[in-house]
Design a protein around this ligand. Sequence first.
Ligand code: XMP
Ligand code: MG
Length: 181
Amino acid sequence: MSNLSKDIEEILITEEQLKEKVAEMGRIITKDYEGKNLMLICILKGAATFMSDLSRAIDLPLSIDFMAVSSYGCSTCSSGIVKIIKDLDMSIEKKDVLIVEDIIDSGLTLSYLRRTLLGRKPNSLKICTILDKPERRETHVKVDYSGFKIPDRFVVGYGLDFDEKYRNLPYIGVLKPELYN
Ligand code: XMP
Ligand code: MG
């Protein structure tokens, strides 16, 4: 067993399942954005792995930019107050913007991002997440492209971290409880 895998209690989504899903999402997005001015916005750091795979599964000319946000409050819950740590480098005016996020949980982060980015006059704005925890939603946000629905458990891997670690796990898993302490 690998050094990383020995810390994992359960695998929720395998590397193979992720690969298939991202390829499928890429095909759908390619169809939907043909002839448009597609710009992917990666929400750092969690979505970096998904963004890297998804962008290569989209067969269209597109641009990429990055944004980092943090929500005040504890590390495993969301307060709804979101702070921009790193803003976009490029203007999104007249662009067909697709926000690429790792997970939608309470929905507060994406709801804030949606409002903020709409104020910058994109031609269109949609949301794409690889994971969704529907049980935890506090505010309604329309997710246009969604990968997997997962139960209310704290997950790591494929970009998602615990204490900045485990982002490089190639699958989505749940940590052994003793590692949280
Ligand atoms: P909201 O609640 O605003 O939050 O939709 C989305 C952000 O919360 C983090 N998050 C997680 N991070 N494992 C993680 O590593 C999880 O199970 C998890 N659930 C929520 C994540 O940063 C996401 O962007
Ligand atoms: Mg995140």
